[in-house]
Design a protein around this ligand. Sequence first.
Ligand SMILES: NC(=O)c1ccc[n+]([C@@H]2O[C@H](COP(=O)([O-])OP(=O)(O)OC[C@H]3O[C@@H](n4cnc5c(N)ncnc54)[C@H](O)[C@@H]3O)[C@@H](O)[C@H]2O)c1
Length: 333
Amino acid sequence: MANARIGIIGTGIMGTDHALILEAGVAGAELAGVQDANRDRAEALARQTGARVFADPQSLISDPGIDAVMVCSPDATHHPLALAAIGAGKPVLVEKPLASTLKEARDVIDAEIKHGRRLVQVGFMRRFDPGYRAMKAELAGGRLGQALFLHCIHRNAVAPDYVTSDLVIASSAGHEFDIARFLLDDEIVSASVTSPRASRLAPGRQPQFIVLETARGVVVDIEVFVDCGYGYDVRGELVCEKGTISLNPSPPTSLRHAGHDGHETPPDWRDRFRHAYRAQMEAWIASLSGKPNDGASAWDGYRAIRVTEACLEAWRSGDRIAVPVEDRPGFYL
Ligand SMILES: NC(=O)c1ccc[n+]([C@@H]2O[C@H](COP(=O)([O-])OP(=O)(O)OC[C@H]3O[C@@H](n4cnc5c(N)ncnc54)[C@H](O)[C@@H]3O)[C@@H](O)[C@H]2O)c1
């Protein structure tokens, strides 16, 4: 079968990284087109990869030489571009978040259901991280008994100045909401948020401490601190009735030298989750020819935004906020 011809919209950090994964070789796919609002950026990537440059997103989406689309442009563009891809009947991998509001996410679900075939995957790549997958498999295996707590830590070394306390929840914590639902195979039913004072090194925003409860009675706590200074640090520990399972630090080695015992911390998410990004791409490409794929659906993207909105309300009000749980449409079962 011919390779799927992939078009990438948005050739910044994520779009370029995804393009380079395709360029390095993914069975069944080739990079065919790129587009960016900053044309120079798209052209630079095209020179590196041989992809065609498109003038605007719609011309890439509707081109007969493009079979499937990746949306890697800023969050506000995800909703219209996902709808455009559905309108063209083309599979689309949308970087997280699926949309900027719950209403927009609902539009995407409605359009996909109306189209009648699953076309949307959301780029929650942690689902493909070997550590999280091992935690999920261990829980499913039953040896540890039922889950009681999931402890999560999400730290970035630095964040840009425009990141507000709201965005610490709305942008950074989304991965945690999705991975909690994925690991526990459960829905989040309530959210509370409390914050320490701001770090004096980043006075413009507060770190966040989020507590979620799931329908089956698991408590999930999440520290989100985007100014920790020392590196990118994502941790997770699942505490069950008969034991616990945790993510290990990402490097495969640790170093003892000159009075120091430890391991390097990656500078950012790209290094920490490089296996996950590749595995996500391979699974998405395989799904284009019908292979089942447990990547995040539009429904999962929608639920992550539901939790995000509840957390924002909890943070502003100081209250514990219920997260409505709707029946999952049969289309997404
Ligand atoms: N899955 C993950 O781990 C992860 C990590 C970081 C970012 N993201 C998401 O990926 C997306 C891109 O983030 P990034 O860090 O690569 O940002 P970026 O700013 O590096 O790149 C975005 C690119 O989109 C281009 N652009 C802006 N408006 C556009 C439009 N209307 N049409 C086409 N191109 C447009 C910009 O010129 C820029 O080159 C964001 O939605 C972000 O939330 C996901």
